[in-house]
Design a protein around this ligand. Structure first.
Ligand SMILES: Nc1ncnc2c1ncn2[C@@H]1O[C@H](COP(=O)(O)OP(=O)(O)O)[C@@H](O)[C@H]1O
Ligand SMILES: [Mg+2]
Length: 262
């Protein structure tokens, strides 16, 4: 669905991406894994066009979108949803207006339908009834969940998450991961997750793409990745304990009422 071909990007003398190749399959969850500061967020920004490469091409459904800007890019942006590292809620708006914002901006539904859409989305992240709360009144985990809901309410084809669980405690991390899987199943979307959290990557991914030294040095299923001897990959995995010896089960089937939920 998305193909990055020989993407290179430098900021001044700092080379971040070097002829990076990556393929993202439709309907799958692709996790971009790597240490902090390796260029994961920069890579994500190339996919959505917030950054342009110095060289290389970005394709969406076979169409070259590398240099589409401004109005030419708009129809394409509606296909993407993003959840940024910091939930990036509008502090001066209550939860209802945060969720309604994108619907109103893009005229996605009649005004009368907005409250029901907001309520449904809050239910999906298990936060029913908090429409009137301000972001500052919410815990970090709750803010993340509202951030998730604000992206999924637009029902995008492709959802990109930048470090969705960074800074959260383990229990909240599992909860957020389950909500991400639930939203994917409900919307049938393609999911791209950027993270340095190996455990989450293993639980979520159909494919893990490991980023090191400006390129994807390994891309495979979690089990296959563990068997890949690439030294930078193995060093990173081993630093996180014996995660490969106890491969976590893939999170699946987490619709409302699933017994394993929460
Ligand atoms: N807009 C920018 N201007 C200059 N340098 C940047 C910019 N964005 C990112 N970088 C640099 O690119 C490198 C990779 O950053 P980033 O993609 O945020 O890493 P990660 O998300 O993997 O932690 C870092 O060295 C960072 O300082
Ligand atoms: Mg980052």
């Amino acid at each position: 669905m998305i193909r990055l071909e020989k993407i290179s990007k430098a900021f001044g003398s700092t080379v971040v991406l070097r002829e990076l190749d990556l393929t993202i399959e439709r309907g799958k969850t692709t996790v971009i894994l790597g240490p902090s500061g390796t260029g994961k967020s920069v890579l994500l920004k190339h996919i959505i066009g917030l950054l342009q490469p110095d060289a290389g091409r970005v394709y969406l459904d076979g169409e070259d979108i590398t240099n589409l800007r401004g109005r030419a890019r708009e129809p394409l942006m509606h296909r993407f949803g993003f959840v940024f590292q910091h939930s990036a809620l509008f502090d001066s708006m209550n939860v209802f207006d945060n969720l309604a914002f994108g619907l109103r901006e893009n005229h996605l539904c009649a005004t009368a339908e907005i409250p029901a859409r907001v309520a449904r989305e809050l239910q999906r992240v298990e936060l029913s009834g908090i429409e009137e709360k301000m972001p500052a009144e919410l815990s970090g985990g709750m803010q993340k969940r509202v951030g998730l809901a604000r992206a999924t309410i637009l029902e995008p084809e492709i959802i990109l998450y930048d470090e969705p669980t960074t800074g959260l405690d383990p229990q909240t991390t599992v909860h957020i991961n389950r909500l991400i899987v639930r939203a994917k199943e409900a919307l049938g979307s393609t999911v791209v997750i950027v993270t340095h959290d190996v455990q989450s990557a293993m639980e979520m991914a159909d494919t893990i793409a490991f980023l090191a030294d400006g390129g994807i040095v390994a891309a495979a299923s979690p089990a296959a990745l563990c068997g890949n001897p690439e030294p930078r990959l193995q060093a990173f995995l081993n630093a996180r304990g014996d995660v490969c010896a106890h491969l976590p089960h893939k999170l699946e089937h987490v619709g409302p009422g699933a017994p394993a939920d929460r």
